[in-house]
Design a protein around this ligand. Sequence first.
Ligand SMILES: CC(C)(COP(=O)(O)OP(=O)(O)OC[C@H]1O[C@@H](n2cnc3c(N)ncnc32)[C@H](O)[C@@H]1OP(=O)(O)O)[C@@H](O)C(=O)NCCC(=O)NCCS
Length: 158
Amino acid sequence: MNFRIIDIEKDKDFLIKFRKDTYIQSFGTEEGFDEIAYLNRMEERINKCPSGQLIVEEDNSSIGQIGLGIDIYCGTQIGYINLIYLLSEYRGKGLGKDLISYAENFFRDMNVSEYHLRVSPTNERAIQLYTNLGMVKLMEENEEHLVLRMRKILSCDT
Ligand SMILES: CC(C)(COP(=O)(O)OP(=O)(O)OC[C@H]1O[C@@H](n2cnc3c(N)ncnc32)[C@H](O)[C@@H]1OP(=O)(O)O)[C@@H](O)C(=O)NCCC(=O)NCCS
């Protein structure tokens, strides 16, 4: 697997496809997904933290994406995973674990000792992956949809 920084013009179609599919996997519908608003958000993220906005490649093909950033939560700097995505044919092969491992190394390099993400309570596969890797549920949050905020405290030696 190879990770490269997103080029919004070049990768626009992948970004929309991957986010739309994640929305469907999470909430069972793409209703409410706004492509333009999403691309605008992506542009902001790329401007703020380009090295965290990555396309995942295998044999020079785009097979997934991760979105990583730094946020403030209750006055503390934390890492935040905006998106973790693999095309369906690359799921179930242990690659999700490798993506989280990449994210954890990224956050350590950024000197944050904790990271969070939000996941739909019906996305059992994703929740299982996160739980297996030591993430715990912090709270439920209700924005457009009900989601679980999960977190992990990073130790120095793992
Ligand atoms: C979420 C995602 C990144 C996980 O990566 P992955 O490599 O496919 O994960 P795995 O296949 O290793 O599955 C993780 C765990 O969930 C289990 N699992 C698989 N399908 C499951 C299901 N339907 N219900 C519960 N657990 C399930 C697996 O057995 C595995 O656990 P194990 O290692 O203890 O056996 C990937 O499936 C994906 O891109 N999904 C679509 C996008 C998405 O939903 N992203 C998350 C948004 S928060």
